[in-house]
Ligand binder design. Structure first.
Ligand SMILES: [Zn+2]
Length: 579
């Protein structure tokens, strides 16, 4: 609606600003291009980004010695010390104004020991963790219980006024156990039944309503005692093992003053099989319930069933760490403006209950992206002339725990966010060779992509939207926390058309990674890796940051972007708003 209001004023603004701004833009780009095209300026920097360096850093960070880089473990110390040492070696300044390379991130650690069961149709349904379900309580309490709780099926569990959608219809679920479907409802198009209705929930692309984090947030808002999501591999975007492998171990949340008492006591997933067993025991069919959940007039379905959960929480409070370094800008005024490159250094740590391999090395996720961050940092130090604005290199903690390090930085920024022009995030580099394209997650959101498209063209490449928007990758890495705070954020991923390879070459590799290695101990550096594509991608991201650090133009969210309003409200106070 806000955009609409904005659009109302469009004609007046356009006549003024257009001629003004288009001449300005032309000028700036000419200036930018001249600066950029003075290749002597950037060649040494670009050349410093090499496959051997990316591989070296990745191997160190993903080595068994780093124990899977779990927050609050010896693996954290290894990763944080390595990053600090590398930033110091590059001669970069401490990124924290307190003179250190560290931002402490207070977090609450909890390890859940769970018991659960259902009673339905007069029969007890046993639940085994982690095979049938996983559950945690993010309430910072030693034990939590939900006994004989009424179970209600609430479809997708979504309240989306912009789509006229409400799965609760004012049915009171306070103190009850709600069972929900994952992702958004795939609403068929009335005009073309085989197709999805693109006016509802973004059609194929997952909206934030589809994310598990949203499901638990709305459950808390509704006062549910327990919230259970039914796991289905396709709509979830990953196999059940990803959950059973991590939920039974230590998890974290950012410290909150109320110790998370506002959250539902129990947050859980169950397998499709167990969900079917529960519904059948009450004489209901999962398929029929799922079909009914696609209708706008869906009503919550109370089951003749009860849920029982007991969780014993092992608790601890820690200060995990974001590691941050700064290349201070050369311009006396513009050095107070920033571009932030991010990559999460953390992964899933060690699981001592496993027999053979206990370490989640996280080579692709995200030792590779962190190696990329170090290579970009090095590249900026190789510039004969420092850029006008300052560039920050921020390795965040606890991404695997819910983007916690990025969330903490974005709500406790070391430098003003309204002076932060852009965030460029890396999470998993290309390991399968050069590509003809690069993928933009959340394509069409900001003008940072326009710069990316121009620089990609110089590499004879094009930018393309993500091939699997239904997986909701836009909400699954650290840029999302910056975007939520209004900072124009770019999340570029490797291309999908490998040079001189069959069209499905990349898809096969990515599907195999998701099925076999994603969040598994087998995510290790592979002999087959070819990092030439990763180096090309990093050089591209270097050029994007370099142009923004020297540019006249403040990157902006595009008019249709959900994040524009936040940025506008943030910038109205500063003189840069309508430059
Ligand atoms: Zn990751």
């Amino acid at each position: 609606m806000k955009n609409f209001f904005w659009l109302l004023a469009l004609p007046a603004l356009l006549t003024f600003s257009c001629s003004e701004s288009s001449r300005q833009v032309a000028e700036t780009e000419d200036k930018d291009k001249t600066a950029v095209n003075d290749s002597t300026n950037v060649e040494p920097a670009l050349e410093s980004i090499t496959t051997s360096d990316v591989l070296m850093h990745t191997k160190v960070l993903a080595s068994d010695a780093f124990e899977g880089r779990g927050p609050g473990t010896a693996g954290e110390d290894s990763a944080v010390n390595y990053l600090t040492r590398q930033f110091k070696k590059l001669g970069l300044k401490p990124g924290n104004p307190d003179g250190t390379y560290i931002q402490q991130v207070p977090m609450m650690g909890f390890t859940a020991r769970t018991e659960a069961s259902f009673t339905a149709g007069g029969k007890k349904i046993k639940l085994q963790s982690p095979d049938d379900y996983v559950a945690v309580s993010r309430r910072f309490a030693p034990s939590v219980e939900v006994k004989n709780s009424d179970i209600v099926f609430v479809g997708y569990g979504i309240v989306a006024p912009e789509y006229g959608w409400d799965d609760y219809k004012n049915v009171d679920v306070k103190g009850k156990t709600i069972v929900m479907l994952i992702n958004d409802p795939p609403i068929p198009s009335p005009a073309a039944p085989g197709k999805l209705d693109t006016t509802m929930f973004g059609g194929k692309a997952m909206t934030y309503y589809g994310r598990w984090t949203y499901k638990y947030e709305i459950a808390a808002e509704k006062g549910a005692a327990a919230a259970i999501i039914i796991h289905e591999t396709e709509p979830a975007g990953y196999p059940y093992e990803v959950l059973s492998g991590s939920w039974n171990r230590e998890n974290f949340d950012t410290s909150t003053s109320n110790k998370n008492m506002h959250r539902a006591a129990i947050e859980a997933w169950i397998t499709t099989e167990k969900a079917k067993q529960l519904f059948n025991a009450d004489g209901k069919s999962f398929a029929a319930l799922k079909a009914s959940a696609l209708r706008k007039d869906f009503m919550p379905v109370p089951l003749n069933a009860k849920a029982n959960f007991t969780i014993k929480n092992e608790l601890r409070e820690i200060d995990s760490r974001n590691v941050v370094a700064k290349l201070e800008g050369a311009d006396p005024e513009l050095k107070e403006e920033y571009i932030i490159y991010t990559a999460h250094w953390d992964h899933l740590g060690k699981d001592t209950t496993l027999t053979d391999d206990q370490i989640y090395n996280g080579a692709l996720d995200n030792a590779s992206g962190t190696a990329g961050l170090l290579e970009l940092a090095e590249a900026f130090t190789q510039l004969p002339e420092k850029p006008k604005r300052s560039v920050l290199f921020l390795a965040v903690t606890a991404e695997e725990q819910g983007l916690l390090g990025a969330k903490y930085y974005a709500s406790n920024p070391l430098y003003p966010l309204n002076k932060t022009l852009a965030n460029i995030n890396m999470d998993g580099l290309n390991t399968y060779g050069p590509t003809e394209d690069v993928v933009v997650i959340g394509y069409g959101n900001s003008t940072v992509e326009d710069i990316l498209a121009e620089e990609a063209q110089k590499q004879d490449r094009r930018i393309v939207p993500e091939p699997t928007p239904e997986k909701g990758y836009y909400y699954r890495s650290d840029h999302f926390e910056f975007a939520k705070q209004g900072v124009p954020a770019l999340y570029m991923k490797s291309g999908v058309k490998a040079r001189n390879r069959p069209d499905d070459y990349v898809k096969k590799i990515q599907d195999e990674y998701i099925a076999k290695d994603y969040h598994k101990v087998s995510d290790q550096v592979k002999e087959s890796w070819n990092l030439e594509g990763a180096v090309e991608d990093l050089r591209l991201l270097f050029m994007v940051g370099y142009r923004i650090a020297n540019g006249q133009q403040y990157p902006e969210w595009k008019p249709t972007s959900a994040f524009k309003a936040r940025r506008d409200s943030m910038l109205t106070t500063t003189e840069h708003a309508h430059q």
